[in-house]
Design a protein around this ligand. Structure first.
Ligand code: NDP
Ligand code: AKG
Length: 486
């Protein structure tokens, strides 16, 4: 493997100090568009490093929670300004590290800035209600208490937005944080933490520990010094995190993906529906928990929709996310590339008919590039209609009625996001009411989350709670009901 002499090594950030892991070991973070390019080296930490981070967060906890909300907000505004100043640099590293195209990476980083500013403002908003007491001489009200030390475990698919939408509300509501990013996007995470450092966040308020998920992530879930844990990633790991937190009475929040449908009704605007299917399903190489993966189309418009979809998919340019003419980048890692390929093989084995793609992009073998892939003849029992693929794969499913479409759309363990394309108000209302998903979108793609609105899923997609917007306060604080009598 070619070692670039200028490869930078990124350190853990514990108690306000950048420091190497106690193991003395580092790991290279690779560019999925070019497996010979090392983006940076990150620390391979141990339980001792995690303990140090938890201790630092605990030491900072009381003074941070006593700081006035507006003062905490000022620090978040400063971190936002710093991230904005470094936007191009952070976005470029993100593209190199996990593959999404540069415009997507810039958009995500700008979103990180906006999320920071949104939660900075929360530092000046109300945190409770006055409730009439039966005792006329008493004052009864609610206030909010932070959880304490919050553990943040994040995936690689949104290396800035997801950490920020967890860290910013945790901090503004008075918690201190231990942050363990996905090892595959740990360089981007370190740049993000540098922005908080530059903003002047007090030592110990935010700590970064990079390392293996099985060691550091599960260590966090089980750590008695962590009072709340927020996780985004796979269902398999989410379940372990939730069980470990539950076993020791810690609060937890899990976001574990989706198998998101788009329903194309017989009266849909097909141009719009095709646009939304391609954008919702294939942008970011399908690596969004809100990505469209099941395309449920009424038989009356199926052939026309299919023709338009295939035409659009054939025009997609796959390549290095840094190239200006690239529409779709590589899978984020070798592991993800093989996972997606194996789902494609399973789809074929179980009787799905491949209409487009299905393999590695020829001529780009230095990276983990897959062709945008479309299947038809997919039925609900098939694996690729049930399991989250997290890659550029669309499964067409033909139905004869709107009722059948809704039934199929709900026939999975997930319930994160769902779209319908129709002009009929009755169908829209039926969809809004009957679709079991946390996000229901009418004439809009399944992906596309707004930072000021609650985000989360039903069924196995989430653990019942919601992130982002005003909803975040519910996880990062506990309500205290206060009764005062003079
Ligand atoms: N909901 C979503 O947005 C996402 C869903 N996924 C789904 O998950 C699949 C696999 O992706 P993958 O990256 O392996 O996802 P994981 O669930 O393994 O990783 C998510 C985060 O959890 C950490 N982690 C890993 N093992 C543990 C553990 N035992 N306890 C606590 N934390 C742990 C990871 O660290 P480390 O990176 O060091 O392993 C990472 O920070 C994808 O194909 C996709 O289907 C993936 C990413 C995001
Ligand atoms: O659709 C989005 O913008 C966010 C999706 C998301 O949260 C995820 O993929 O983890």
């Amino acid at each position: 493997m070619a070692q670039n002499a200028q490869v930078r090594t990124y350190l853990n950030y514990i108690g306000g100090v950048w420091q190497p892991a106690s193991t003395g070991e580092t790991e290279a973070s690779m560019n999925p568009a070019n497996r010979h390019d090392i983006v940076g080296c990150v620390q391979k930490s141990s339980a001792a490093d995690l303990d140090a981070a938890v201790n630092a967060a605990e030491a900072a906890r009381l003074s941070w929670r006593k700081l006035a909300g507006p003062a905490r907000g000022d620090l978040l505004f400063k971190a936002a300004n710093e991230l904005e100043r470094r936007l191009d640099e952070v976005a470029e590293v993100m593209t190199r590290e996990m593959g999404k195209t540069l415009p997507e990476a810039k958009g995500e980083t700008a979103r990180g800035v906006a999320i920071l500013r949104y939660y900075a403002g929360e530092g000046m908003r109300r945190t409770g209600d006055v409730i009439p007491s039966t005792d006329s001489a008493a004052l009864m009200f609610t206030t909010r208490a932070p959880l304490g030390v919050v553990g943040v475990i994040t995936p690689w698919n949104f290396p800035v937005a997801i950490p920020v939408w967890k860290i910013a509300p945790a901090l503004i509501f008075g918690n201190t944080v231990v942050f363990k990013p996905a090892q595959e996007s740990a360089v981007t995470a370190a740049l993000l933490v540098e922005c908080f450092h530059a903003a002047g966040l007090p030592a110990g308020v935010l700590n970064l520990v990079t390392g293996d998920g099985e060691a550091i992530g599960s260590g966090m879930s089980a750590h008695a010094g962590i009072h709340g844990i927020t996780f985004t990633g796979s269902g398999r790991v989410g379940k372990q995190v939730g069980l470990a937190a539950l076993a020791r009475g810690a609060k937890y929040q899990l976001e574990m993906g989706g198998k998101n449908p788009i329903i194309v009704a017989e009266d849909a605007d097909l141009e719009l529906a095709v646009e939304a299917t391609v954008s919702g399903g294939l942008r970011s190489t399908g690596q969004k928990c809100t990505a469209t993966s099941r395309v449920i189309v009424h038989s009356a418009v199926y052939d026309e929709f299919k023709r338009k979809l295939l035409q659009k998919v054939e025009g997609i340019r796959v390549g290095d996310g840094l190239a200006s003419d690239t529409w779709m980048g590589p899978c984020a890692s070798e592991k993800q590339f093989h996972t997606v390929l194996s789902y494609i093989h399973t789809g074929i084995k179980e009787g799905g008919r491949l209409l487009a793609g299905g393999g590695q992009v020829q001529g780009l073998e230095d990276g983990y590039f897959l062709e945008p892939t479309v299947f038809e003849g997919i039925t609900s029992e098939m694996t690729i209609a049930q399991e989250e693929i997290f890659g550029p794969v669309l499964a067409l499913m033909k139905v004869d009625s709107f009722e059948e479409a809704i039934r199929l759309a709900n026939d999975v363990q997930y319930g994160l996001s769902a779209s319908v394309f129709t002009q009929d108000i009755g169908r829209m209302l039926t969809f809004i009411q009957d679709m079991d998903a946390g996000l229901v979108r009418v004439n809009a793609e399944s992906a596309g989350v707004e930072l000021q609105a609650p985000f989360g899923g039903m069924k196995f997609s989430s653990s019942g709670s919601r992130e982002q917007g005003q909803a975040a306060i519910e996880f990062y604080t506990e309500i205290k009901t206060v009764f005062v009598k003079a």
